[in-house]
Design a protein around this ligand. Structure first.
Ligand SMILES: [Zn+2]
Ligand SMILES: [Zn+2]
Length: 333
């Protein structure tokens, strides 16, 4: 097979990579390796192993792809996955979730419109209004001073299928969705890589969605009038990226937040385990994200009760009623 190269050095191997990328919407280095190995094998006429593909190879293909797609207001951007705990098969089976080296996720981002606008081509206005209610639940209702969970359970999502009376959708009053339709929208959003569902049954925004929605989330949920006001959308003090899973300062009114994977290097550099914002000792066991719920006394009690009453059969973990209540550490305040 010959590879026609244009004046910019862009050839069929670049086109093949871009096609594979567009088909997926997002990719990690591990996922890109076999794709590039297959392309190199054809290009060089001899087999290339996935292990032989380097990060530099990927970087050069991403750069070429970005040049090709920029006229269409598209760009491949990358972010580090905040944690490995929500990764499919990321659990070691012992119930412990080791924090491994963070994985970089590359995703196709539309540079001129936000993800909600793009969803309009796939979903109906009422479905998008439902997605907006789910996002409001994640980033407003379940993201408070008392509990920065930024997740919803499947049951909570189903409760959002019903539109509040008088609520506005795109171009008119939003209609409620039948439960089955809401369920299929949630499933589709997971399949398309916008939402992730954790082992414990919580839905959160995927790295890809966070890349796309960062600006929209800040504009929608943060108060830019009053800079002193506590902000709903917060950023890691170490890497400056958005934080929806990680650790928080022991003082609920402090804005100090760090990703789990950023903590170690940050404190090593600082030579003290202090909050980056207020300098108080860093607790290390105060969380944002799903663990704001799962480490709470109420959630643990709910689990104990449900394991006792639930004999056998349904082995899927279900978040209990306690899922929507904040963690219990009033004592610290
Ligand atoms: Zn960070
Ligand atoms: Zn602090």
């Amino acid at each position: 097979m010959s590879f026609d190269t244009d004046e910019n050095g862009y050839n069929d191997s670049n086109r093949a990579f871009l096609q594979a990328f567009l088909a997926r919407g997002s990719m990690t280095f591990a996922e890109a390796r076999p794709v590039l190995a297959a392309i190199f094998s054809v290009q060089e006429g001899q087999p290339t192993q996935a292990e032989d593909v380097t990060e530099d190879d990927l970087a050069s293909y991403i750069a070429a792809a970005n040049t090709a797609i920029s006229p269409f207001d598209l760009e491949i951007r990358s972010t580090l996955r905040q944690t490995t705990s929500t990764r499919p098969n990321g659990d070691d089976g012992n119930g412990t979730q080791e924090i491994r080296a963070a994985e970089r996720v590359y995703a196709l981002v539309n540079t001129t419109s936000d993800a909600l606008t793009q969803l309009a081509s796939i979903y109906s206005a009422d479905e998008i209004a439902f997605v907006k209610r789910v996002l409001d639940a994640m980033f407003d209702t379940h993201n408070t001073r008392r509990s920065e969970a930024m997740v919803v359970t499947g049951i909570q999502a189903m409760q959002l299928a019903k539109a509040a009376s008088g609520s506005q959708g795109v171009g008119g009053a939003a209609q409620s969705l039948p439960m089955s339709q809401a369920e299929s929208v949630m499933k589709q959003l997971v399949d398309e890589g916008w939402f992730e569902k954790s082992r414990k049954g919580f839905y959160s925004l995927s790295p890809r969605a966070l890349l796309e929605l960062r600006g929209w989330l800040v504009a929608t949920y943060n108060d830019d009038e009053d800079e002193e006001a506590p902000q709903k959308i917060k950023f890691c003090a170490a890497c400056r990226d958005i934080i929806t899973v990680g650790q928080r300062c022991g003082n609920r009114d402090c804005s100090g937040r760090l990703h789990d994977m950023c903590v170690r290097n940050f404190f090593r550099a600082q030579k003290a385990e202090q909050c980056p914002a207020c300098k108080a000792p860093w607790p290390g066991d105060k969380f944002v994200g799903e663990r704001a719920i799962t480490t709470s006394e109420q959630y643990q009690q709910g689990k104990r009760r449900s394991t006792n009453t639930q004999q056998q059969g349904n082995r899927e973990e279900r978040p209990t009623a306690a899922a929507s209540t904040p963690d219990q550490d009033d004592a610290e305040e």
